[in-house]
Design a binder for this molecule. Structure first.
Ligand code: TXA
Ligand code: MG
Length: 315
């Protein structure tokens, strides 16, 4: 098991030595390494068992600092950066040569994000390199939203877990870039499309290219618990699956099962997003054979929640 604490100094010492540190962000915990050091970055792929064709997000602390790593920021994306950084937004931008190819899996664009977490922003300011950090979970499994989640699965692979409490947003960042002068969204996430469109107008959704492994987070099966997750009418499915755990939203309209989890009794989407990955983990650890859940009405953050549920349900 890793040591867990709130010391920025300890975290930065390990990172400077090329070791891995789990860092808190508002979305999910990240598995961080010096983004400018290929050897350290290779350690991230290794610890996660992540295929090297799946590139990493580079974290820094300000828009100005981002220019150290990218050639330019096209105007609509700059607008988004100014409006939503620090926050659950990742931008795909043309990289400078100092960003190792391993970080971007050989692509010309690097994914950049300024996370909204005080501890991690202080950490980023205390070191002279940015941090490459994917979600701190084994490849394909549910993302971690607490230090304990990280410790359980990757505890023997990280030097230190920087404890920033529970993640407030609970779902990964929204990934945005440009193609042919159009703003494109590649992964639904903690920043709702509606918010992005208020700033830059209509965007193009490019979120379903699961056949293209270089497309962000879009492998068809991802974020998946070990138990089978079955989507659809819970009441009906409970007739078919006697020993089921249930994840639900709002009012409870089914007979109690031995394990169930309400994402948000008041139907608050922010709360539901923040609880989603914990719910999947807790139901995964229950004695049920399968997990049942219904998709939410498609609006705002519910779209990102549904995206995660759909991918989690593919085996
Ligand atoms: O909220 C988040 O984004 C969290 C926290 C830790 O910042 N990070 C995260 O990282 O979710 P990860 O590695 O689990 O997902 C990042 C996604 C991957 O699916 C990857 O394919 C995509 O971003 N990505 C990274 N760099 C890219 C690039 N240069 N071009 C296209 N997609 C990229
Ligand atoms: Mg991930």
């Amino acid at each position: 098991m890793a040591s867990i604490g709130k010391s920025i100094e300890t975290a930065s010492d390990f990172l400077k030595k090329g070791q891995l540190v789990a860092i808190p962000t508002e979305t999910v915990y990240g598995l961080a390494a010096n983004a400018l050091d290929s050897t350290a970055v290779a350690g991230v792929f290794d610890a996660k068992n992540r295929p090297v064709f799946d590139p990493l997000i580079v974290h820094t602390y300000s828009v100005i600092k981002a220019y150290d790593y990218v050639k330019s920021i096209p105007e609509p994306l700059l607008k988004l950066a100014n409006a939503f950084w620090p926050g659950p937004l990742t931008l795909l931008l043309e990289k400078k040569a100092l960003v190792p190819d391993l970080v971007t899996s050989g692509l010309d664009r690097v994914a950049i994000r300024v996370p909204n977490h005080a501890l991690t922003l202080d950490l980023l300011k205390s070191i002279d390199f940015p941090l490459a950090a994917p979600s701190a979970n084994p490849f394909g499994y549910v993302s971690p939203t607490t230090p304990e989640h990280v410790n359980k699965q990757l505890g023997d692979k990280v030097a230190y877990i920087l404890d920033g409490g529970n993640c407030e947003v609970g779902i990964e960042s929204t990934i945005v870039g440009m193609e042919e002068n159009k703003v494109c969204v590649y992964r639904l996430g903690g920043l709702a499309i509606e918010e992005i469109e208020k700033t830059v107008g209509k965007v193009k959704l490019k979120i379903n290219s699961s056949s293209n492994p270089t497309a962000p987070g879009q492998l068809k099966s991802h974020y998946a618990p070990m138990k089978q997750l079955i989507l659809g009418n819970v009441k009906e499915n409970l007739k078919l699956y006697k020993n089921a755990a249930v994840i639900y939203f709002g009012e409870k309209d089914f007979e109690s099962t031995h394990a169930d989890y309400n994402l948000s009794p008041t139907k608050n989407l922010k709360e539901a997003a923040a609880n989603l990955f914990s719910a999947l983990r807790i139901m995964d650890e229950s004695k049920a054979d399968v997990i049942l859940c219904e998709l939410l009405p498609e609006e705002g953050l519910a779209r990102a929640i549904n995206d995660r549920l759909k991918r989690a349900s593919v085996k």
